[in-house]
Design a protein. Structure first.
Length: 532
């Protein structure tokens, strides 16, 4: 190669080599500072594109995992609510069973049940997570489970969780709304007016007995008043009132034992009216056994004579009952026990989808069952058909009842809005007992079981959904970690390799610099050829 002062080939070669070394050194320093061997599309377009797509997937998966955490909280709140409701229903079931103990206060038990039912509704209303409540409606709620790449298109997939309507009012637990363990008669019948709770009176006239002044002092002075009666179990019982003063209706009513069973009211001259104070007394079966003063009364004195016991001809009885504004239930049966001309009889009235008075059945022993129209028994107004009229119409289906009582043949039935009065003319006929439907504990327990099943199923649904959400979240976290590892394999720099490369390049840089320096001295050597 000729020597030239115009072209320094050695310097050019050394410079090119040094420039390449410096470029490689800069790339290595960038990889070391960023930790990436592919930091941009310029580094490796294909790898960068794949890594960018994977980073996008990782970001989506991490957001899905975060969403699933929220979803788990929503479902967990609903599950906790359903489990709490299940526990409350269990307590209600125990209360209904407890109410069947005759020694328990059913009113207090009913109050406990009402409070538990109210707590269930409160639990339903409050089982919400940031406004999302899965226990107060039956709609489905979708939660994002993942975002998948389908043919190049991001497509979300979901976990659907069915909402459960556990509302007491009109929802899946509506069977709990009308639980009533108190005596059905106390629920159906009023208690404020005379006769409405007792549903029975007996009216009798006595010689020398004035309801206002009591036994006349000249004849008897003080005395005793004895009443025989039959209780609900059919047992014969007696209650006696003794007084050192004149025996009056007020005297009778002031006696605690008497007042538990009867209420005395002043009638006309020589007349007293006894009203049963409880449905447990058969009104047609109680009688005034004797009225005694200073002298023992003869039991068979002619009517109206001095010392006369109850005047049988005037011993008429009646049942007077008024319904509360609560609906009857289909299938409920009332029973009326009565006497016609001394013969005991029974008639039953059943709430059914038939016109009132329709004969539904007969048991072969003379006990007929007549319909009370179920479509109108909850109406309470004077202008429309009402319960009082329907009960009356049902009774009139039997030949033993009429609009007016007839001695020895029929009992009279009258009705006003929600109220019925059944009465005899005299002692030959009697209204003995009107029995309301029995409290149906079996049906109540069945309703509680239905509600318990709904709440238990809801808790199970939320439990299963919660498990699936937790499993999906764990999978999404692992998937994000796996993809992150994959991206790292594509774009992360091997720092050990880069350290070795840096050392080599730094040595090459030093050598290149030295070579360039030597090459730059070549023209000076040519110049020395021309010196003399």
């Amino acid at each position: 190669m000729p020597s030239s002062i115009l072209t320094n080939n050695g310097a050019m070669v050394a410079l090119q080599s040094l420039q390449m070394t410096q470029k490689n050194l800069l790339d290595t320093q960038n990889r070391i500072s960023t930790g990436l061997k592919v930091a941009s599309a310029k580094d490796n377009a294909a790898t960068w594109a794949v890594a960018t797509a994977m980073r996008s997937d990782i970001a989506n998966f991490k957001q899905v995992s975060e969403n699933l955490s929220t979803s788990a909280s929503i479902v967990g709140t609903a599950r906790a609510g359903a489990e709490q409701i299940t526990s409350l229903i269990t307590q209600i079931k125990a209360k209904v069973t407890s109410a069947q103990d005759p020694s328990k206060d059913k009113t207090q038990i009913q109050n406990d049940i009402d409070q538990l039912v109210a707590q269930i509704q409160s639990t339903v209303d409050s089982s919400a997570y940031n406004g999302v409540n899965l226990v107060n409606n039956g709609g489905a709620q979708r939660f994002v489970a993942s975002v998948n790449n389908v043919s190049g298109v991001s497509t979300p997939s979901y976990i659907a969780v069915s909402g459960q309507d556990l509302n007491v009012n009109g929802g899946g637990l509506s069977a709990l709304k009308n639980l009533d363990v108190t005596a059905r008669g106390d629920t159906l019948f009023g208690t404020s007016n005379a006769g409405q709770k007792a549903m029975g009176t007996k009216q009798a006239t006595f010689a020398n007995f004035d309801a206002a002044t009591g036994l006349t002092a000249t004849a008897y002075g003080s005395g005793t008043f004895t009443v025989n009666y039959t209780d609900a179990a059919g047992s014969a019982k007696t209650v006696t009132v003794s007084s050192a003063t004149a025996m009056t209706a007020t005297t009778l009513n002031s006696d605690a034992n008497f007042a538990k069973l009867f209420q005395a009211t002043a009638g006309g001259t020589g007349e007293i009216i006894l009203q049963a104070a409880t449905r447990d007394v058969e009104t047609g079966s109680f009688s005034i056994n004797s009225v005694e003063g200073s002298a023992v009364l003869a039991p068979a004195v002619a009517n109206g004579a001095a010392g006369s016991p109850i005047a049988a001809a005037n011993a008429k009885t009646s049942a007077d009952f008024t319904f509360q504004a609560v609906p009857l239930k289909a299938g409920e049966t009332f029973q009326l026990d009565y006497s016609i001309n001394g013969t005991n009889k029974t008639v039953k009235l059943q709430v059914a989808d038939k016109a009132s008075g329709t004969l539904l059945s007969t048991d072969g022993n003379g006990v007929n069952t007549y319909a009370v129209d179920a479509s109108v028994v909850s109406v309470f107004n004077a202008s429309a058909t009402n319960i009082g009229a329907e009960i009356r119409a049902a009774l009139l289906g039997s030949n033993d009842f009429a609009a007016a009582a007839a001695d020895g043949t029929k009992l009279g039935v009258t009705a006003t809005t929600g109220r019925v009065v059944i009465a005899s003319v005299d002692g030959t006929d009697a209204v003995r007992k009107f029995s309301p439907p029995a409290t149906d504990y079996k049906a109540m327990l069945a309703n509680v079981d239905t509600a318990a099943k709904a709440a238990t199923n809801a808790a199970a649904v939320f439990g299963s959904a919660g498990t699936r959400i937790d499993t999906q979240k764990t999978f999404m976290d692992k998937l994000a970690d796996t993809l992150t590892t994959g991206v790292g394999a594509l774009v992360d720099a091997d720092m050990s390799e880069e350290a070795a490369r840096l050392t080599a390049l730094q040595t090459q840089q030093q050598l290149g610099t030295q070579a360039l320096s030597i090459a730059n001295q070549a023209p000076q050597m040519i110049l020395s050829l021309f010196r003399s």
